[in-house]
Design a protein around this ligand. Structure first.
Ligand code: GLU
Length: 545
């Protein structure tokens, strides 16, 4: 009996690999086009680190006119969570992440290189496993859990490297006859790679993010097909990324140490390996120390958190780009008004160690993102969020015409307001523009001028003599100064500052009184615009209140 007969015994029906090699020909793409993918396991919610990863893959594909596809890696069926695939697809779609091919739902895929779900590719893996078996480059291993456990204990007590390698690889040199016998007797087995590696030797490798590295060669006879007949991640990765013609694997840093194993698999299979880009894990400061964003402890680890809080998708993506390439921030300052998609993202400018996630910074980015939206966009986004999370705000926004005016205050000009970072802040931010809300304010704090009769005097004089809804901005402004002067205050702040003892206060203190009277707040966007949105009647009502 020879290797080929053993391979036939194990996979009698597997096709010759030439079938698949022909079925999935080279892609016809322009020079330099990157073929990349996002390959999640359906084991839970969409993590912010996954979004980070998929954003980077999609930027690389887009910038090179390449391909970005979605492959579902569901070979670990014990860890699979029902509905996770659909949730990931929906979550990414929400963020405007576009895939050129791959799964479009849990069942359905699109594209010429599918199936894009590993559990539907079983016979493909079998073909390639058979191909290796037939050359004696892989073999069936009959070690039981107990046997492996015992071996590990021996290795540990002898203080040597644990694992299934070299002399420890008990079934590596089992004769084909003995192996066939065991199989015929129905013994359980897995298929292992017969590793050609030597621990003493080093391989040189260049990671697209981490740069040049050296690893010892892999000498572990890793499992390629598990007892349940499905491939391990390692094997599926090599087969799939070969047949799908992936040129760049963007994946989590936790796979970095597997690179020697993967390069070896590609070598043994006779495939050209892809480039690898290992994405740093997203970390956060916890007191003085850095730690991974945790699914359990940190709500912001789950991408759904941002929708709940009403942090716009663009803000999240733009912040992630900020973490990815630190020169993005300067670029953004120089190009405040164009889409983040115009930024020339560079893999080799990514930080090598853990990327630090900072919520304060994200909200700051978000303020800028929202400031670039026009009133219509703010209105639509806010209403959309409110419909899901805040009925009261949704009701306030029902009057669209008025809503657009309120949200248009200090927006769409050269220096738009930057006081909103998320939709959940909006209600409080605009509440005084709604009479019902304004009328609930019971405490008015007027700043420097606190004497009640003085306040009444200011408000009364303003209403009777200076307020006119038809004034243009300059006139309105000048009238504020006139008002200050008539009341004995400095008409310019500058004047006041040079001789503060001469006046009880200045025009700013006067306008604060009017501002508080009209809004209940000392800090608001442009008061002139607010007055115009409120309208003459409402302004008078508030002044007389
Ligand atoms: N399924 C693997 C994971 O979720 C994919 C790693 C890869 O992109 O190759 O970690």
């Amino acid at each position: 009996m020879d290797y080929k007969e053993l391979a036939d015994l194990i996979f009698p029906n597997a096709k010759d690999i030439s079938y698949y090699e022909e079925k999935y020909p080279e892609r016809n793409l322009e020079e330099g086009a990157v073929v990349t993918r996002y390959a999640p396991s359906p084991t839970g919610f969409l993590h912010i680190g996954s979004l980070f990863q998929v954003l980077i893959a999609s930027l690389m594909a887009r910038k090179t006119n390449g391909v970005n596809f979605l492959r579902i890696e569901d070979t670990d069926q014990k860890r699979e969570i029902e509905g996770a695939t659909d949730a990931v697809i929906a979550g990414l779609k929400d963020f405007g992440i576009h895939f050129d091919e791959g799964m479009i739902s849990n069942e359905e895929g699109k594209g010429e290189y599918g199936p894009y779900k590993q559990s539907q590719r079983k016979e493909i893996y079998e073909s390639y496993a058979k191909y290796l078996l037939a050359q004696g480059k892989a073999y069936p291993c009959f070690a039981s859990q107990e046997e492996l456990e015992e071996m590990r204990k021996k290795q540990e007590s002898a203080k040597i490297r644990t694992g299934y390698y070299g002399v420890w690889a008990k079934y590596r040199n089992l004769s084909v006859e003995d192996a066939a016998e065991k199989i015929k007797n129905g013994e359980q087995f897995v298929i292992r790679l017969k590793s050609p590696g030597n621990e003493e030797k080093k391989i040189k490798h260049k990671d697209a993010i981490k740069g040049n590295v050296e690893f010892p060669e892999n000498d572990q006879d890793i499992i390629i097909i598990k007892g349940d007949g499905l491939p391990t991640y390692h094997f599926a990765h090599a087969i799939d990324d070969h047949l799908m013609h992936t040129t760049l694997v963007v994946r989590g840093e936790e796979w970095f140490s597997s690179v020697p194993t993967h390069l070896q698999l590609f070598y043994v299979l006779g495939f050209k390996p892809p480039k690898y880009a290992h994405i740093p894990t997203i970390m956060k400061m916890d007191g003085e120390s850095k730690r991974k964003l945790s699914k359990r402890k940190d709500p912001e680890a789950n991408v759904a958190y941002y929708s709940e809080e009403g942090i716009p998708k663009e803000s999240v993506l733009e912040y992630l780009l900020n973490i990815a390439n630190s020169n993005f921030e300067i670029w953004r300052k120089q190009n405040p008004n164009i889409s983040m998609n115009e930024f020339d993202f560079q893999l080799n400018k990514m930080g090598v160690s853990g990327a630090l996630f900072d919520m304060v910074k994200m909200l700051d980015v978000s303020k800028n993102v929202i400031s670039r939206m026009n009133a219509q966009e703010v209105y639509e986004n806010a209403l959309n969020w409110a419909n899901g999370y805040d009925k009261e705000l949704a009701k306030m926004l029902q009057d669209k015409e008025y809503g657009l005016k309120v949200l248009g205050i200090e927006r769409g000009n050269s220096k738009p307001r930057k006081d909103i970072s998320k939709w959940s802040e909006l209600k409080d931010n605009i509440s005084y523009m709604y009479n019902e809300k304004f009328d609930q304010i019971t405490e008015f704090s007027y700043g420097k001028i606190s004497d009640e009769s003085e306040i009444s005097k200011i408000v009364k004089l303003y209403e009777e003599k200076y307020f006119d809804i038809n004034d243009d901005k300059q006139t309105w402004f000048d009238k504020m100064k006139d008002l200050a002067e008539e009341l004995g205050y400095a008409r310019e702040v500058k004047m006041f500052k040079s001789e503060p003892e001469k006046w009880p206060g200045h025009v700013g203190d006067i306008s604060t009184v009017i501002r508080v009277k009209l809004t209940g707040r000392q800090n608001t966007p442009d008061l002139y615009e607010i007055i115009n949105v409120l309208g003459s009647q409402e302004v008078k009502r508030r002044l007389q209140k």
